[in-house]
Design a protein. Structure first.
Length: 284
């Protein structure tokens, strides 16, 4: 692997950045990439622009915008020259540099947006532990959807699953409807339960009965999903009002919000329906 160096961009890099944006992004956006590139060189205290060099040649760049009030950083964009993609880890080095900068600035989260048709970029960010949060239909231009992805820059709380074991407890079948109960235990104590209703050739419904912590919730969601999806059905769904950490957990495992149910369970409240299908367990 050849050595990659990262440096701050200067005005002499405009042609390289503008040309790379035009060549790479025109298929996904209606905007003029050259016009956007000009904005990168307008002095702003909250934006940072870096060039990756390999063998003495510019081979990619990344722009980072920091929002001090929100404590977030946005990658907009990260692009590697076509001849250098997949080699020498240039994209990874640019991302590592962007994440290090964001941490030093005090960002708690870094995020980006990617066109749904830009499969290489989606795979890259997912491989780097980014999580899909939003899919906006036709956001970039007709027929091109937008994925918003994010990544926490510091360790998330309550992720110790080592003591939580999830196992099938009991089940029954009545008129082509299968009902299953799974329990989560920690140190031989029951700390959570999930009820599952599965009908032949129908989506499988998960009902969270209890979870003493977000770690237990994660163990139940991941274990039950892995057991059921593909083996008992093509899709799972759950209707809950999750807290912030539970939303992060559902997104991490590929679940998507399918709808909002006003007052479904009680007056003056709402419930979110989340779904997980075979087709989106490996990709957005």
């Amino acid at each position: 692997m050849k050595k990659v160096s990262i440096r701050e961009a200067g005005v002499d890099d405009f042609e390289f950045i503008s040309g790379l944006m035009s060549k790479t992004l025109s298929a996904f956006y209606n905007d003029d990439p050259a016009d956007n590139a000009q904005r990168f060189f307008v002095h702003s205290a909250d934006q940072y622009l870096f060039i990756a060099e390999c063998c003495g040649r510019s081979s990619g760049f990344v722009r980072v915008k920091f929002n001090k009030q929100e404590q977030t950083a946005k990658i907009n964009p990260l692009i590697v020259s076509e001849e250098h993609r997949g080699n020498n880890g240039i994209g990874g080095e640019l991302l590592k540099h962007a994440e290090s900068l964001a941490r030093n600035l005090g960002a708690r989260q870094i995020y980006c947006t990617v066109a749904s048709t830009n499969e290489a970029a989606l795979k890259f960010f997912l491989k780097k532990d980014f999580v899909v949060a939003v899919m906006a239909k036709g956001h970039y231009k007709p027929g091109v959807d937008e994925y918003s992805l994010y990544k926490y820059l510091f360790n998330e709380p309550n992720r110790d699953l080592s003591c939580v074991a999830v196992a099938f407890s009991r089940g029954s079948i009545h008129h082509n409807t299968m009902q299953l109960l799974f329990k989560a235990e920690c140190h031989e104590q029951v700390v959570g339960c999930m009820h599952v209703v599965a009908k032949k050739d129908q989506p499988i419904k998960l009902n969270l009965l209890s979870a003493e912590s977000d770690a237990v919730f994660e163990a139940l969601v991941s274990s039950v999903s892995n057991l059921l999806i593909g083996n008992f059905g093509r899709k799972l769904y759950i209707q809950i009002f999750p807290n912030l950490q539970q939303i992060v957990i559902l997104q991490r495992y590929g679940w998507r919000i399918e709808g909002v149910l006003p007052e479904a369970n009680s007056p003056n409240s709402y419930t979110l329906q989340w779904g997980l299908s075979v087709c989106n367990t490996d990709s957005p």
